[in-house]
Design a protein around this ligand. Structure first.
Ligand SMILES: [Zn+2]
Length: 500
């Protein structure tokens, strides 16, 4: 009873004093035991099999944007790119190169708010759409319980990772780096001490716990994390000793052989935080390679080689220009120059309404902006591996929209309008056909997407029925153009690509 009381008091004190100070992962002792079991099985398997050693190991990642039932609350895509960038920096001393296999969506409030209770939902999604990579579910929370705030966890049962949303934007967050260590079979170095961190008043100094890992390495193959080059760690990071603080450990603690313990404070799998940098040990890296090579990891191994070129950053944005005012709001074209080695672009448009859009090409046509809107525009280039580029331009471009609406049925006299060919060569002619239900005067203007003034303006009186008109585009530089048809204050805008 006395023990129970003192333990409860200790626990309460820790919770009260350190709820925000202590950051932990959701891998508890039972989960850690499963991970360690795999580590030991892998070691035996690797000893009895020839394990191919690749210089570069490409690992596919599936990021899940989990949100409320209506799709709100999700992590931003730009934060996922930041996370991928950070992850590859953290693993740059290893052979692992992580690549973006897919970004997947899950609108489920239960999974979003309580992923630990609704793991079966996540697992069903993983089996359904995520069978070809490591699945990382980004939720509002990553569970509660334990001494500190839970930042994320790897589930050995379901074989997926859960991160709480606020871990991703932080450029200093090591959470995914740590959880992927678990995925690749690394237990915590303080395995066995999760329920009660070392306290000299309870465990003695020298430490009297018989099962504790020793400094001399005699029991390192099975005590603690089962990895020999990670020194003993009795969860000192959460120990109630004033000689431990953040990334500093200045305690004189001795094992039961009376040998002083020097834990690996900057180990990725430890709980010491915040440290300026973290690292894996050589044996931890070997354990991760063995896990990746093991039969249970077949599903993340393939001969696929992602594009590892670094995306260029010499940005040229053609549209919008600085403080550009678009007359229309429902037909706005954004355009920028191709960026070398980029496979995709992420566009963010924020302000009167908010949009985050991925496109494959260096342009975006928006038809759902708001009238009289005030917006900022940013574009970011990336490929599967290279995700470190930032938005361009560095300070977002501001633009506004007018209240003019363009649509095919806005000019009611026009039943049908067609422009061809499209794309069109600048040595040929652009033809417009108009099917009208009454006579109408029409003004046709051609705009470059980079200039506010029209390149050419043509006035015609058209008659009811089928009409045909030719537009002179000879010599115009290759690029994206808008052809605008106006009748009074009504407009129709069509996009045309002119090539050389
Ligand atoms: Zn952990």
């Amino acid at each position: 009873m006395k023990y129970f009381l003192s333990f409860s008091l200790l626990f309460l004190t820790l919770v009260l004093s350190a709820q925000s100070a202590y950051h932990q992962c959701g891998v508890n002792h039972e989960m850690d035991a499963q991970i360690k079991e795999r580590l030991l099985a892998n070691r035996e398997w690797a000893a009895n099999n020839v394990v191919p050693r690749m210089d570069e190991i490409y690992v596919p990642l599936n990021f899940w944007r989990v949100g409320f039932d209506d799709g709100t609350g999700k992590i931003r895509i730009t934060d996922i790119l930041d996370q991928l960038c950070k992850l590859n920096q953290d693993y740059s001393d290893t052979r692992f190169i992580f690549y973006l296999n897919s970004i997947l969506e899950l609108d489920n409030e239960n999974a979003f708010l309580e992923p630990t209770s609704f793991g079966a939902i996540l697992n069903a999604q993983k089996n359904n759409q995520g069978a070809d990579g490591i699945n990382i579910f980004v939720c509002q929370n990553a569970g509660t319980g334990g001494i500190g705030t839970t930042l994320g966890y790897y589930s050995p049962n379901f074989d997926f990772i859960v991160l709480r949303k606020q871990e991703l934007p932080a450029p200093t967050s090591e959470t995914l780096t740590h959880e992927l260590g678990h995925f690749l079979s690394l237990p915590h170095p303080f395995f066995g001490w999760e329920g009660q961190p070392y306290d000299p008043d309870i465990h003695g100094n020298p430490c009297t716990v018989n099962t504790a890992e020793l400094v001399n390495g005699n029991n390192c193959n099975f005590a603690g994390d089962g990895i020999c080059d990670t020194p003993p760690d009795y969860l000192f990071a959460f120990s109630p000793m004033s000689c431990v603080s953040g990334c500093n450990f200045e305690c004189e603690i001795y094992d039961r052989n009376n040998e002083q313990i020097f834990p690996h404070v900057e180990n990725v799998m430890s709980y010491f935080a915040p440290c300026a940098a973290y690292e894996f040990t050589t044996d931890q890296e070997t354990a991760m390679y063995d896990d990746h090579a093991s039969p249970s990891r077949n599903y993340i191994r393939s001969s696929y080689v992602p594009d590892t070129n670094t995306v260029a950053t010499n940005w040229v944005v053609n549209s919008p220009t600085v403080a550009q005012k678009f007359d229309n709001y429902n037909s706005v074209l954004f355009d920028w120059e191709d960026m070398e080695h980029a496979s995709q672009y992420l566009i963010t448009i924020s302000g009167s309404s908010n949009h985050e859009i991925i496109v494959d090409e260096s342009e975006l046509f928006m038809s759902d902006l708001l009238p009289n809107g005030f917006y900022t525009f940013g574009v970011r280039a990336y490929n599967e591996v290279s995700a470190c580029s930032v938005f361009s331009p560095s300070s977002n471009l501001i633009f506004t929209t007018g209240d003019l609406e363009t649509s095919d049925d806005n000019i009611t006299e026009i039943d049908h309008l067609n422009i061809y060919p499209n794309p069109v060569k600048n040595s040929s002619t652009l033809t417009v056909t108009l099917d009208l239900n009454s006579n109408i005067p029409l003004t046709t203007s051609i705009f470059s997407t980079t200039q506010a003034t029209a390149i050419s303006i043509k006035h015609n009186d058209f008659h009811s029925g089928l009409n045909r008109m030719e537009l002179d585009i000879e010599g115009l530089p290759a690029g994206m153009y808008l052809v605008k048809f106006s009748a009074g204050d009504k407009h129709i805008v069509k996009r045309v690509v002119i090539t050389q």
